[in-house]
Design a protein around this ligand. Structure first.
Ligand code: EPU
Length: 456
């Protein structure tokens, strides 16, 4: 199934206690790295986490002639795009399949080279994850797209032109595609029904530093006036609010107490309200947020995921583990990804009572209600969890399994932990630092910490 280094033994039942630090957001940093391609001068990106998505983009940038070096401070990258060149299709392919970011190279490469190649994409299996919006958008700018057996070949026969676009859904990636393409296109682009996640705002900040002209209205409309040339940027990435919420849920589910250094209230307000409704406690200071289980029963809640400023879908999976410990019936309606509740079947094997439904349960009807997807859940708690053999299905689901295994009685074998390295920096060392009883089978105890850091 998986090799030995990819299996983790988790001895559950110990509250996680201590401090961890989150760095730059996984859903911003790789995109800010792609933005550097648009500049005529080097850029400096700070607060970069050492995660797989960053390594994939670094490799792809280097293939295209961008030099990427570490900067003066830890977590700083200096990206020099002055000699951008075409990359070999086979080399690009070798880097693909593990991330969705390559699709965002389209606009910048079309501007810099007049052509681009996009291989098969990776990313988490949490729904169909089509890329139709991306290609519709690029065609509107004037790109031609040809699908061949090995991937998509794009060309810009002439300079791309600004246009009016309305997204069918406020997709994060498609909004980023428009931003990264419109900034150097000729004329004005007006994007309506745009995503407005904090990571998108931060990408806009990066582009503005480079010389772009971008304004955001209150009604999800973004206007971009194309310019002829962009420079470099110096930017500190916003902290990872998704990772921060994962550790908060881990504190709640294990009856622990975790200080998340780097967590910021502003980007987590909706999560914090929900955490409080469930019965979790938190305290905010200038450096981070402390999350803890205050004792006593947790409350069942109704929860619906949504685009920002709603409850982020990536917060859902870890919090569901904590909801298995709440008293009563919780209702979870996943409206962003049609298959993001599939991970709950393993929680059922551990003793959780979770029933999935095809109907939209809770407040509103969503895109998936008529389409036969199991996208609503009723979680009945509290239930004691027992250790089990678990196979990690996707990034957030994987972290949720770690939380469940840590909250459970007995030992779990968690297979496929390498997937978690896509988005959680150094997670094994962080878990050990919080007092988790974990073991990499075959690695002697005195070497486990080093191995944890190495795997991470
Ligand atoms: N969609 C389409 N067609 C498209 C693009 C999107 O139908 O061409 C649909 C998707 O199928 C989905 C919805 O639109 O149902 C939203 O997708 P979106 O484009 O917003 O997602 P994404 O850009 O692929 C990013 C994050 C995800 C995060 C979502 C929503 C990155 C690399 N990924 O994905 O992060 O869940 O936005 O906020 O930024 C994660 O961190 O675990 C993760 C999956």
């Amino acid at each position: 199934m998986t090799d030995i280094a990819d299996v983790l033994l988790v001895h559950g039942g110990t509250p996680l206690e201590g401090e961890i630090r989150v760095r730059g957001a996984k859903n911003l940093v790789p995109k800010a790295m792609v933005a550097a391609l648009l500049g005529s001068e080097p850029s400096r990106l700070r607060n970069v986490p050492d995660i797989r998505d960053v390594r994939v983009v670094r490799g792809l940038l280097q293939l295209h002639g961008v030099t990427v070096n570490t900067g003066e401070e830890p977590g700083e990258l200096v990206l020099d795009p002055t000699r951008v060149e075409s990359a070999n299709v086979a080399d690009i392919d070798a880097h693909a399949g593990s991330s969705r970011i390559p699709i965002l190279f389209c606009g910048p490469l079309l501007h810099r080279l007049g052509h681009a190649f996009i291989p098969g994409l990776g990313g988490c299996d949490i729904g169909g994850r089509p890329i139709d919006f991306h290609f519709d958008v690029l065609r509107r700018f004037g790109a031609t797209i040809e699908k061949r057996a090995d991937g998509q070949y794009l060309e810009a026969p002439q300079r791309l032109r600004g246009c009016k676009i309305r997204l069918p859904y406020p997709s994060v990636g498609s909004t980023e595609q428009v931003l990264l393409t419109a900034v150097l296109a000729e004329g004005v682009t007006e994007l309506s029904n745009a995503a407005v996640e904090p990571e998108i705002e931060d990408l806009i900040c990066v582009l503005q530093k480079m010389g772009a002209i971008i304004s955001m209205d209150t009604d999800r409309t973004i206007r971009i006036t194309g310019v002829d040339k962009l420079g470099g940027y110096t930017h500190r990435a916003i902290p990872d609010r998704l990772e921060a919420a994962s550790w908060a849920s881990a504190a709640l589910a294990t009856e622990g107490n975790i200080y998340v250094r780097g967590a910021q209230q502003r980007s987590m307000m909706t999560f914090l309200n929900t955490f409080r409704r469930v019965g979790g406690a938190f305290a905010i200071d200038d450096e981070g947020i402390r999350f803890w289980h205050p004792g006593g029963p947790l409350n069942a809640i109704a929860l619906e995921t949504d685009v920002h400023p709603g409850f982020q879908t990536d917060w859902q999976q870890p919090l569901v583990v904590a909801l298995t410990q709440a008293s009563g019936l919780s209702i979870v309606h996943e409206t962003v990804y049609e298959s993001r509740l599939g991970f709950t079947s393993a929680l059922g094997q551990m003793g959780a009572h979770i029933q999935l439904y095809r109907e939209c349960l809770g407040g509103s009807a969503c895109r998936f209600g008529q389409r036969n997807f199991l996208h609503s859940a009723v979680v009945s708690g509290p239930t004691k969890l027992q250790g089990a053999d678990l196979v990690i299905p996707d990034l957030r689901g994987g972290f949720s399994y770690l939380i469940a295994a840590l909250a459970a009685q007995g030992t779990s074998r968690v297979h496929g932990i390498d997937l978690i390295n896509r988005g959680y920096e150094n997670f094994l060392a962080k878990l050990e630092g919080l007092g988790a009883h974990i073991e990499l089978p075959g690695v002697p105890a005195q070497h486990a910490k080093t191995a944890a850091a190495a795997v991470a």
